[in-house]
Design a protein. Sequence first.
Length: 140
Amino acid sequence: MTEYHRHFIPELPPDGTHTPQQTTPPLAKYERHLTGDFDALLQTLHTSIRKEVGAERLEGSDHISANIRFAVRVYEYIGFIRDTYASITVTLVGNEDQLFLSLIVFGNGFVRGAQYRERTLKKLIPAVDTYIEERRLPRF
């Protein structure tokens, strides 16, 4: 399977304002198909979210049906200095070693929140890239 990823971060209006009529959602999203170990990737993401973002896991859900595994994890970060709130949702679906990953970051405020969502997502993407690169290295 060919690896691909899609990365969405909403564009800010030139004047920095946001009206309810605008359709841009207040979130940042990263999706990727990859090959790997379901549990190892889930643990890598958990560690990265805790270490790089400082978010706490609120809840999770797991389901297995035949060869298909599905996991959802929801993390929350509340910053006290700038009144920043972020929710990170991790969705991982696996069929044996074929995986689909979705990371969605939602936060408060359109301008400041958009900047925070982008920074948060950019902290998590390298964990996925590192996981992929480590799997490509030969094992001795």
